[in-house]
Design a protein around this ligand. Structure first.
Ligand code: DGL
Length: 269
């Protein structure tokens, strides 16, 4: 049991996304677990996940997590990406039986509980909207609502550009979110589920470009609580941490801009 037990406690929580999106989960996790060590993996060599063929992406994720688990001996793994979670959580758990995986999947249940108009939209990547997993969530939790699935081809890349270059094309954001706004019999959409971890970075622009106000549902805090709840009880983190939190890029050494961005999130790249 390498690194296990209350004394050892530097085993990290490993988080993975195709890009910067999972940082929206990391920042919430840090609030709840300030002394925990994190390794944040950017699968930039695979970005964007939204356009991948399903079987190929599933295989990539199983193999990639295999290597990462071996390299970092994490306490738990967080798939901080809806596109990957809705596709590969079962396969990951089957392939790595000793490991705890926490996923991020569209927050359809809380949206269905909160909506007043009954019109809910799920904004995600094209991959997430076509998944059986997503359809099953709707049948399981939202049969009393009208759910509109909106697969955006451009928003994840717009969020990347915004985080790396500080610029976002607001007209493009408006175009991508427009299909979320639906009217029916005098009712209109009142909740948009942010079902891609990249999107909360753009939520202020979305608010600005929206045709009417809605509740933008970001599940990051709920995911952070879930991570906390699955950690083994005896594993108390050391304070201060002996090793820095890391950012790992699958595409090779990150450039200075990427390193600076990661540094801003407390990660050494
Ligand atoms: N952040 C990912 C998600 O939550 C998707 C981004 C991508 O298409 O790679 O779905």
């Amino acid at each position: 049991m390498s690194g296990g037990g209350g004394m050892g406690g530097e085993r990290p929580i490993l988080m993975l996304d195709s890009g910067v999106g999972g940082l929206t989960v990391l920042r919430e996790a840090r609030v709840l677990m300030p002394d925990r060590r994190f390794v944040y993996v950017v699968d930039d060599a695979g970005f964007p996940y939204g356009n991948w063929e399903e079987e190929a992406l599933r295989e990539r994720l199983v193999a990639l997590f295999g290597r990462l688990i071996e390299d970092h001996d994490p306490l738990a793994c967080v798939v901080a990406c809806n596109t990957a979670s809705t596709l590969a959580l079962d396969a990951l758990r089957a392939a790595h039986p000793g490991m705890t995986f926490v996923g991020t999947v569209p927050a359809i249940k809380p949206a269905a509980e909160r909506t007043r108009s009954g019109l809910v939209s799920v904004l995600a990547t094209p991959g997430t909207v076509k998944r059986q997993y997503t359809r099953d969530l709707i049948t399981q939790w939202a049969t009393k609502c009208e759910v509109t699935l909106v697969g955006s081809v451009a928003l994840a890349a717009l969020a990347e550009a915004y985080m790396y270059r500080g610029f976002v094309d607001e007209a493009a954001v408006r175009e991508e979110i427009a299909p979320c706004f639906v009217t029916a019999d005098g009712r209109r959409t009142d909740i948009v589920v942010l079902a891609c971890t990249h999107y909360p970075f753009l939520v202020n622009r979305m608010r600005k470009m929206a045709p009417w106000p809605v509740d933008w549902l970001d599940p990051a805090e709920a995911i952070a609580r879930r991570i906390l709840s699955v950690l083994p009880p005896g594993e108390t983190p050391e304070e201060p941490k002996r090793h820095p939190d890391l950012a790992v890029f699958t595409g090779g050494a990150p450039d200075a801009v990427a390193r600076r961005l990661m540094h801003g999130f407390g990660l050494t790249a």
